[in-house]
Design a protein around this ligand. Sequence first.
Ligand SMILES: Cc1cc2nc3c(=O)[nH]c(=O)nc-3n(C[C@H](O)[C@H](O)[C@H](O)COP(=O)(O)O)c2cc1C
Length: 254
Amino acid sequence: MRDSLGGPVRGGRSCGDGGKTVRVDAGGFYQVVHHRRDVRGQFTGAAVPPDVLRRILDAAHAAPSVGLSQPWDFVLVRDVSTRSVFREHVQRERAIFAQQLTGHRATIFSKIKVEGVLESSLGIVVTYDPERGSPAVLGRHAIADAGLYSVCLAIENLWLAATAEGLGVGWVSFYREEFLRKLLEIPPRLRPVAWLCLGPIRNLPTAPDLERHGWRHRVPLEEVLHEERFGQGPERHHVDADRSRKHGSGPSVP
Ligand SMILES: Cc1cc2nc3c(=O)[nH]c(=O)nc-3n(C[C@H](O)[C@H](O)[C@H](O)COP(=O)(O)O)c2cc1C
């Protein structure tokens, strides 16, 4: 068992099987969860120390996965020319998305930065390999997407570990999978799930960028909490009415 800094967990209790239960500072954990941000404009471009990068990748690789398939790979992209080619592609995709917007939404979107590909220290492309652990991936027979869910858990682990290390992460999804596959010579059966911008930052914003720009606001937990049946709960009536009043429709940026 390893703690958030990659060392053995201290203060754990022994379990029957010789393992340990985890007793870490829960307050610290929740701080990391709630301070994590998607970072675009705050990267300094300074190098990520190799031991820190290793701990972050170790955390990602420790994620749960369906059938213990660990269906992820991590491609580290430092080369500036590769990153520039990717960034140009992202800019083109941004323009395609912008075409569906009009009026106020278009104005807001024009002010939102959607990537920090060149400003960050490196890119980490996380891929999904549906053949890892097959045939008969335990737990995936009825839900093919469980493999993708596993990759997303690795990404979240990476994101939280980077936050705990004082670094920033920005998830970029303004790309066509085929483009990224070709650029990085990713085998055809694999899906590139994310381009993650990683690196030291000047600061972590306190609110999501999309909130700051007025694109969209986080909804309170009560709005997504149900009891026993979907749509049921003491506050549901009130919450549903509130939701339709507060949140207009329109295309949403990831
Ligand atoms: C699957 C996924 C794809 C995302 N793609 C992008 C993206 O292409 N560009 C971007 O600026 N942010 C992207 N984000 C970040 C979200 O906009 C961000 O998580 C959300 O606004 C909440 O902000 P927070 O992460 O700071 O709490 C993505 C996030 C996820 C989970």
